[in-house]
Design a protein around this ligand. Sequence first.
Ligand code: ZN
Length: 496
Amino acid sequence: MKSHNLKLYNTLSRKKENFEAINPPFVGLYVCGPTVYGDAHLGHARPAITFDTVNRYLTHLDYRVRYVRNITDVGHLQGDADEGEDKIAKKAKLEQLEPMEIAQQYTDSYHRDMALLNTWKPNIEPRATGHIPEQIALVEAILKEGFAYVVNGSVYFDVMKYNETNDYGKLSGRDLENLLTGSRTLDGQEEKRNAVDFSLWKNASPEHLMKWESPWGVGFPGWHLECTAMSSKYLGKTFDIHGGGMDLMFPHHECEIAQGNACNHQDPVKYWMHNNMITINGQKMGKSLGNFITLQELFNGDHKLLDQAYSPMTIRYFILTAHYRSTLDFSNDALQAAQKGYKKLINGLRISKLLKYEAGEAEKDEEQIAQVEQIITNAYRAMDDDFNTAQAIGHLFNLLKKINSMYTGQLKSAVFGEEIFKKLIDTFNTFVSDILGLIEEKSDHQNEMLNLLLQLYTEAKTARDYTKVDEIRAGLKEIGFVVKDMKDKIDWAYEE
Ligand code: ZN
């Protein structure tokens, strides 16, 4: 492994800790994935890009990351307090489709959008409906330990009982006393001993669409249960990093800690990481506020709040320009600035591949060398400081200044000596492409470019400049196009 001094902020201890993998070089990384009942939106992009960057940086440091991100295709109810319809079943009824058709459709569209954002696929992407036996076994284990109770075919986690020997609320910093006085008794909650209890298994009514046999009757798993069942199955009883949005900290992640401790008597996660939320023009994003923007709408510019389309790499770059624990506000101004920044880095990437080391053109300059070494150290230091991509990008722009100066000839590559020249170019490329995951988006203007060339062709022909005519014809042929020079018009075709 590369030597490093990675520190990350652990939500559980509320401080930055040195990263020590439980079983190096392996790292278990679990991130709560989407509930697949609608198109992916900005709220999905931030955790996906944040933990993709965590995965990329750990991999860069030579860790072997097993990245598990689940697909929630059952059990996530409309209300947060164990009530309301299943989100997927509701959409299925609305569209007159099978719930699994809805889950498939939105899993596919999520994958498409995540690929456009250049996120690495998880190593394992388990589905909640594919892990019903594991979830039933988990409920049985929690019942056996005495931390749950059965009522009318449903099983609830007994938070008060758990709290006698454990600390419920330690992740989110909530106090059980306050939770108890603050929670309302909602319809259908009378089965619970306490309003803070949460369902592990719910009895299904006859009209309920997704349901399974269990020791307690026909029903379906509670939402929090799946993440405990799947993370422990693929990463073990205690694994390295659990990530997700801050909005999942309570109750979802708090319940995962309780479930893990209840059956294994140990904390399920060593480091909890939470990305902060996104706001739009300073407001929280929400369907009712009319500022709910899907990723496809952003990519196409198809939303009343958008002045233009923003490419996936612009979005990725924009998200990385803030530290993941800071809030991030989307506005057209901010996105347009991000688009410029992204293009500057990508131009740097292109130029850096053209630059060659020219020995003997200048004397080595120790000050220039020291500057480059310092910038590189700073870039790594930023990433080692709780994945501070915002600062790392700042340092990359300092490297880019050197690259641009060499490109324009103001600075000779020889001042760095060959080793540092190579290190400069390699570091810039590695950071931009491998660690930050920013890639060149090729422009899609083939027809416009071809028409421009045909116009030059026509002009050359009119001027009887047949050398130029042949040059354009031959050049196009080389890249697979033929000029169709007809009696009354000139066009192009793919070479057959
Ligand atoms: Zn989860």
